[in-house]
Design a protein around this ligand. Structure first.
Ligand code: NAP
Length: 346
């Protein structure tokens, strides 16, 4: 055991074996109450093929603002859509995960990116006063604003936010299990770029950068194959780096072996030997990003298989209950991620 100043705790504290030392992440250099203007420089659909959903990779130039060079891969930034809400108040800030590496899309920390999915849904009554027969189309205000922007348009931005869902200072000191559902893939695009692609030629960081030598597994879950995001990018990197494995898990299609669709924790359980040794190693860090609630199945599976040590603090109250019988509420209240397990779900 050693004593360090843990950036994620912000205090002098005891570091358990395998716990990462995180870099100091800058936070809120631009406040949402006074956003700065970024400029959209690129916007492209980033799903695999003809998907029923619309997900865009949107790049924003923040050069000349305090955001330039101020974020780390895995943090979020804020978008403050112009105009006012139904009550005449200015719209509130919405947070989007940064999908670019810390050195940006450009290698100079001037252009950040995000993975934005259009919210398209039907209205549902929210209160007893609402009309129960109203089922007109409802479009998410900010996601559609961001996805509609064209190259050259300005966008009010703030941030960055988040100081724990980031890569450790010494990348080669750890192995990585990255678990994503849907647009929860965003931070992992930045991570994988930073670990295996590196800054482009011309970047001041290019010469010193070396590819990561650690073992990295990325498990990505989507409803259909056509919903996979940045699929070509991950496949390309995996082909070039044998220490990086990219797994896709499809929930609503029959598998190649004839089995039914599954969630990422079902896949991990079914193919456990490829994760077992890695999860037992003190070097490994787990990062989980995506749908609220996705941690329930992952935590239950880890505990059921006796692989939770170092990743989860399980309250004594659950000791006598088989993990498969834990309720979602029990997992949320009584199972906590340790410093080796980073969780970003909403
Ligand atoms: P999506 O394309 O619908 O994919 C989600 C996948 O996860 C589907 O295959 C879904 O299966 C499956 N799934 C559903 N419940 C699950 C569970 N309990 N455990 C494991 N897998 C489960 O996803 P999306 O529409 O992009 O939504 C992504 C979510 O991530 C959003 O809620 C977004 O807010 C969140 N997100 C969070 C962050 C962050 O925290 N930083 C960043 C980006 C996105 P079925 O649909 O077939 O049931």
């Amino acid at each position: 055991m050693s004593t360090v100043s843990a950036a994620n705790a912000g205090t002098e504290t005891t570091r358990l074996p395998g716990e990462p030392i995180l870099p100091e992440a800058r936070m809120h250099v631009v406040l949402p109450t006074s956003p700065v203007n970024g400029k959209v420089v690129h916007s492209k659909l980033c799903t695999k093929s003809k998907s029923a959903s619309f997900v865009r990779h949107v790049c924003v130039d923040v050069s000349g603002t305090p955001l330039e060079g101020s974020w780390l891969a895995g943090q979020s930034f804020g978008v403050v859509p112009p105009g006012t809400d139904g009550n005449g108040k200015p719209h509130k800030v919405r947070l989007y995960s940064i999908a670019s590496p810390s050195y940006g899309e450009d290698g100079f920390g001037k252009v950040l990116s995000t993975t934005c999915k259009r919210l398209l849904s039907e209205r549902e009554p929210q209160t007893p006063k609402d009309d129960p027969t109203d089922h007109r189309l409802f479009t998410g205000m900010c996601s559609n604003y961001v996805c509609d922007l064209r190259e050259g348009d300005s966008i009010p931005v703030a941030g960055p936010a988040g100081k724990r869902f980031i890569l450790p200072t010494d990348r080669n000191a750890h192995d990585y299990l990255l678990l994503a559902t849907g647009t929860g893939i965003a931070p992992f695009r930045g991570f994988i770029h930073e670990l295996f692609v590196g800054p482009p030629e011309g970047s001041p960081l290019h010469a010193a950068w070396r590819p990561c030598t650690s073992t990295v597994h990325l498990v990505m879950g989507t409803p259909y194959t056509s919903d996979l995001i940045y699929d070509d990018f991950f496949r390309h990197v995996a082909k070039q780096h044998p220490n990086f494995t990219y797994h896709t898990v499809i929930s609503r299609e029959v598998r190649l072996d004839g089995g039914k669709g599954e969630y990422i924790h079902h896949y991990m359980d079914r193919t456990l030997p490829q994760f077992d040794q890695m999860l037992r190693s003190e070097r490994t860090l787990a990062y989980i990003c995506g749908l609220a609630g996705m941690q329930v199945g992952v935590f239950q599976t880890l505990a059921q298989r006796g692989l939770h040590s170092g990743y989860l603090d399980i309250h004594a109250e659950l000791a006598g209950i088989p993990p498969a019988d834990w309720t979602a509420e029990q997992v949320k209240r009584r199972v906590h991620a340790t410093r080796r397990c980073m969780l970003e779900v909403y």
